[in-house]
Ligand binder design. Structure first.
Ligand code: GLU
Length: 474
């Protein structure tokens, strides 16, 4: 039997979002349950937005949650887990099956070989239009009230695969910019999703046209790199958020068009088993997003201004320009920096969204893992008193996780419940264990400026989440 492989494929453009942690946890649990491997791949092909620092932060957050990857970039230093949580400096990752590198930016020659392969097969073609030309066409479609779809002009302009490859070579030599597009087949596409069932896409539905596979900067698009890597890394099961569902027909069409190069053993690409996970909503029915921080800060600032302060006074208080304050108030941007300034000046708490926010606030990984385990999944078990079994740890998930218990409706992010889980886990600790963990949190988990400072201790006394740390001590 072949090895079951799941993967988590974050783009290192910021911190690990709590929803991303849920995807990683489910993928990890499913791999563990089936004696498979959980692989971590860093999708850093958007050069302008990706950073190694962010990749490292994501890995450390995963390690902190105990979501250890069997394959992927090595995290040598590990994180300093506190004494009772196990060894310090655990080494994660590695390449037991020889499928590295795990950073997509280091795989560009592989993508290029497959681009050439697809062009040779007549399934992809170079397109030389400027963005101005394409914008003009897009605008015409808007005026005509039609959905814009690329018109395939570049495909017809150069009639054969050989001529297309020659045109690409010439352009590469002369530095002329172009993209490579996929010749999207005219067939309808079926996605068999293990959670959502069969999803049909009629030809052209969802604005799917001859999408770009390689950008003008020479890097592959997400769609192309994800398909190549899932195949070459032997990924059998893809779990990801439902936001990606409409990307999947593109991926399936590509998988059907592609064959492995001889150096990769030849043969058709496989279609992995997809599971699209429920979206995560706030209790007020809005979708949980990074923007929630800006939303909360904006409300606080608006209330402050209503009390008789001016925009100019707000700018002075925050130490930023008037235009920036007004743009933020007018929702022209959702700057986290501005949101954090407002929060610290007005003494309001912003909602935690990223794993690092929860870490800093004093949540512990046991509580978060348990809570995430119930975000769109449940074990379907009862306790002796007839109540649903809700408290479990990672080992339980690794033994019990199953795709058929993943829900299809939106998951609700109930902060009160998370808070109460956190309190329960803290209260269940012995005093020694608690003291050890608290010291560790104070020294390592607080935001940069706060670590081990009296101010951090003062914050503990004021903040409701952090206060639990003290509650646990008594
Ligand atoms: N890099 C993509 C993201 O972070 C991965 C999506 C996928 O799992 O295919 O959204």
């Amino acid at each position: 039997m072949s090895l079951l492989v799941t993967r988590f494929a974050p783009s290192p453009t910021g911190h690990l979002h709590i929803g991303g942690a849920r995807t990683a946890l489910f993928s990890w649990a499913f791999a563990k349950k089936n004696a498979g491997h959980f692989l971590l791949r860093i999708e850093d092909t958007d050069q302008a937005r990706s950073s190694d620092e962010s990749a490292r932060g994501i890995m450390e957050d995963l390690a902190w949650l105990g979501i250890d990857w069997d394959e992927g970039p090595e995290l040598k230093r590990g994180i300093e887990r506190s004494r009772d949580q196990g060894t310090k400096g655990v080494a994660l990752g590695g390449d037991p099956r020889g499928v590295a590198p795990f950073f997509q930016a280091r795989r560009v020659p592989i993508y290029n070989a497959y681009i050439e392969h697809l062009v040779r097969l007549g399934r992809a073609y170079p397109a030389f239009e400027s963005s101005e030309e394409l914008d003009a066409k897009r605008k015409l479609a808007v005026v005509a009230k039609q959905t814009y779809r690329y018109d395939r002009a570049a495909y017809h302009a150069i009639p054969t695969p050989e001529a297309r490859l020659a045109a690409m070579k010439d352009a590469d030599a002369s530095g002329k910019a172009y993209v490579v597009r996929f010749l999207m087949p005219d067939d309808d596409i079926v996605v068999d999703d293990l959670v959502l069932g069969r999803v049909h896409y009629k030809h052209g539905e969802g604005g799917i046209d001859d999408f770009v596979l390689r950008k003008a900067d020479g890097f592959p698009t997400y769609h192309f790199a994800v398909v190549i890597d899932d195949e070459l890394m032997g990924v059998t099961h893809v779990m990801r958020a439902q936001e990606h569902l409409n990307n999947t027909p593109r991926h399936v069409a590509l998988q059907k068009a592609l064959t492995r190069l001889a150096e990769h053993g030849g043969g058709a690409f496989r279609v992995p088993q997809y599971s699209h996970l429920p979206l995560i909503f706030n209790m007020d029915g809005t979708k949980m997003s990074k923007r929630d921080k800006a939303k909360a800060a904006r409300q606080a600032l608006q209330a402050w201004i209503k009390k008789g302060n001016t925009d100019q006074q707000a700018a002075e208080m925050l130490g930023i320009g008037l235009a920036d304050v007004q743009a933020f108030l007018a929702k022209e941007n959702d700057s986290v920096d501005t949101a954090e300034r407002i929060a610290s000046k007005l003494g309001v708490a912003l909602p935690e969204i990223e794993v690092s926010d929860f870490r800093e606030a004093g949540y512990i990984p046991e509580a978060i893992v348990n809570f995430l385990g119930l975000l769109g999944w449940n074990p379907g078990m009862k306790l002796a008193d007839g109540k649903d079994l809700e408290k479990f740890d990672r080992a339980f998930l690794a033994q019990q996780f199953s795709i058929d218990r993943i829900g299809t409706t939106n998951a609700k992010f109930d902060r009160q419940k998370l808070l109460s889980f956190n309190g329960d886990y803290l209260n269940a600790m012995t005093s020694e264990r608690f003291a050890d963990r608290w010291e560790h949190w104070l020294l390592h988990e607080q935001g940069e400026g706060n670590r081990g400072q009296p101010a951090a201790i003062a914050a503990v006394l004021r903040d409701p989440v952090r206060r639990l740390w003290l509650a646990g001590a008594v």
